[in-house]
Design a protein around this ligand. Structure first.
Ligand code: 1HE
Length: 270
């Protein structure tokens, strides 16, 4: 499936074409998301080839994404504004609740709707150039792409309110510290790291990835007692699959990798 706009690219990586690399390709406008690009993202995630087991989203040029294309904002009335926001919700739901886990590779500006898109992904890898902001506050508007739901889940409502009240910008290390990204990597290496992680995710048993995408977020919203019950059902379903049995057997027979400590970070140059 080829996206209908040149501002979105889809490439398949991996021996089995199991990784989809989706590129925001509007660098002259800092990958600002106009309606065509949002709809293309929705269509792309709804129609990923069946070989795909994990996806990566990143931006061409110096920035991940400058958010909503502000040039399209001016003429909308209130009812059109509701429909526009709902269109974003639908598109970003296709990212978060689609068929495969999604890793965002972040660099440069991750702002406004760009942060909303990143928040809809399952893992965020940021390089050292990344910075995060919600300039909606200073532009006199509000988030409309699911940010009020997803961003507080990462950093809490108080930090999000601060970003919007005061225009606070977080740099890459602070973004990782507060939970905007799970990985911080040297400048220029976010895409490689995201593809490495996606390759690892694609290798999981499909039912594990399904449980992480479909059960975990629902359990998080259930009362604890309901969550524990859902967990028990999901645990039973996943462990009953032939793939789970084969993987456990491989470990018991000494044929599967052990859990080991990660390599220490490289020493800084003298
Ligand atoms: C844009 C946009 C945009 C750049 N809509 N055209 N988002 C914002 O408020 C962020 C606005 N953008 C910026 O603060 C900066 O552009 C950046 C920090 C991202 C990058 O700075 P820089 O110096 O690399 O680029 P630039 O010179 O500011 O921009 C280059 C071009 O991209 C320029 O157009 P040109 O025709 O003059 O070359 C900019 O106008 C254009 N451009 N960002 C339209 N966002 C679902 S609700 C979500 C609500 C929001 O996301 S609100 C937050 C919007």
């Amino acid at each position: 499936m080829t996206p209908k706009t040149p501002h979105l690219l889809l490439q398949l990586h991996g021996v089995q074409q199991q990784i989809a690399v989706i590129t925001l390709n509007r660098p002259a406008k800092r990958n600002a998301l106009n309606d065509a690009l949002i709809l293309a993202l929705r269509d792309c995630f709804q129609n990923l080839p069946s070989s795909v087991r994990a996806a990566v989203v990143h931006g061409n040029g110096d920035h991940f994404c400058a958010g909503l294309d502000l040039s399209e904002l001016s003429e909308r009335d209130a009812s059109e504004g509701v429909l526009h926001s709902r269109m974003w919700h639908q598109a970003l739901d296709c990212v978060e609740k689609g068929s495969v886990p999604v890793v965002a590779a972040l660099h440069g500006a991750v702002v406004g709707g760009g942060l909303e898109l990143a928040s809809a992904c399952h893992i965020r890898v940021a390089d050292n150039s990344a910075f995060y902001a919600l300039p909606e506050g200073t532009r006199g508007i509000f988030v409309g792409g699911g940010g009020s739901v997803r961003v507080p889940k990462l950093i809490g409502a108080a930090r999000m309110a601060d970003m919007m009240f005061t225009g606070r910008v977080y740099n890459a290390p602070d973004g990782e510290r507060i939970g905007l990204a799970q990985y911080l990597v040297p400048e220029g290496s976010a895409l490689d790291k995201a593809i490495e992680l996606a390759t690892c995710i694609a290798d999981n048993a499909p039912m594990t990835n399904y449980a992480l995408m479909q059960a975990l977020p629902r359990i998080a919203e259930q009362p604890a007692d309901h969550g524990l019950f859902t967990e028990a059902l999901m645990a039973a379903v996943s462990q009953s699959t032939p793939e789970a049995k084969a993987r456990v057997r491989a470990f018991l027979e000494g044929k599967a990798k052990k859990v080991s400590t990660p390599a220490p970070p490289a020493a800084p140059p003298p």
